[in-house]
Design a protein around this ligand. Structure first.
Ligand code: PXG
Length: 288
């Protein structure tokens, strides 16, 4: 496998970075998870835009412009003959000394991995997923904006550990006001009375690219979309519920905190959203 590292494609055994990289020492870096479907990179421009915004927010200078990043991502896919899979684009603060200051980190590192995707078990899509609210709250945006897709995922990992300790695979995270924010690696949607609801970004969620795509699909399916302050109660009484993310695409939720959602089976509307999404990924994208 070829890895993109510092302007070149190297063998994975040679793709090594320094132990003094602040990405490792402090989680000081950013990333994007991107899908490639049938040789088309899905929403590449949107992912690059979010990466640039994450960089700007943490005063990290990506040493490449949009065009160079786009070429590097597609070159890495081509070098690995990857037509369907997962692309991990990472920018770290780079090598510095043992201190938090970013001033001595002179060269941010750009790393691109293009590999096969580890898909979620088919069972999740057929039977739906049961999830649970966990005590760990989503980062307060005033402390660490969840809109920055940083290498610092400990908040989400702690929530995932709590869910797994309780026998669940995914967790609902609330914000510090008690409103629903997101899951550990996916955005949340629910359908109630023919309206599609999702937590506001201000609730402390990532501005998911799949979330945006789903909101676009809703228009075509004649669903009104409302970004709202949602409570646990709102999720319990939903007619349908699903999660969205680059890896997950759209996963139906059939139980929250022991409460059955709808009739306990993946919802019909959820299936329509997934069908429309699948269609989009084959029709739209950046051709290699
Ligand atoms: N919230 C969080 C916290 C995420 O990490 C999403 C929502 C969904 O965003 P997108 O833009 O993907 O629709 C994410 C995305 C991984 C992996 O390898 C994680 C994500 C995406 C792809 C892979 O764990 N998280």
């Amino acid at each position: 496998m070829k890895i993109y590292l510092n302007n070149q494609l190297v063998d994975s055994e040679d793709a090594k970075i320094s132990v003094f990289d602040h990405g490792l020492l402090y989680g000081d870096g950013i990333f994007e998870g991107i899908r490639i479907y049938g040789g088309c990179i899905f929403k590449l421009e949107e992912h690059l835009e979010r990466l640039e915004q994450s960089a700007k927010a943490m005063m990290l200078e990506i040493p490449m412009d949009r065009g160079a990043l786009l070429s590097a991502v597609s070159d890495t896919c081509r070098a690995n003959n990857l037509k369907d899979g997962y692309i991990r684009l990472i920018v770290t603060r780079g090598v510095g000394n043992l201190g938090l200051s970013i001033r001595n980190c002179e060269q941010p590192q750009v790393i691109i991995i293009a590999d096969k995707i580890q898909l979620y078990p088919q069972e999740y899509y057929e039977k739906g997923l049961k999830i649970i609210t966990v005590p760990t709250r989503r980062n307060n945006p005033a402390a660490l904006p969840p809109t920055i897709k940083s290498l610092n995922y400990l908040n989400n990992i702690l929530a995932k550990i709590e869910a797994q300790n309780l026998g669940y695979e995914e967790a609902i995270m609330l914000n510090d006001q008690g409103f629903v924010s997101e899951c550990t690696g996916d955005n949340i949607f629910l359908i109630k009375g023919g309206i599609l609801y999702t937590p506001k970004i201000a609730s402390g969620s990532l501005k998911g690219i799949t979330r945006e795509v789903v909101m676009g699909i809703a228009e075509g399916l004649d669903f009104k979309v409302v970004e709202a302050d949602l409570t646990r109660y709102d999720t319990w009484i939903a007619d349908e519920m699903f999660l969205t993310g680059t890896a997950a695409e759209i996963i139906p939720i059939v139980e929250v905190d022991g409460r059955t959602i709808g009739d306990g089976l993946p919802g019909k509307n959820t299936a329509s959203f997934l069908k429309a999404f699948k269609q989009k990924v084959t029709e739209e994208g950046f051709h290699l």
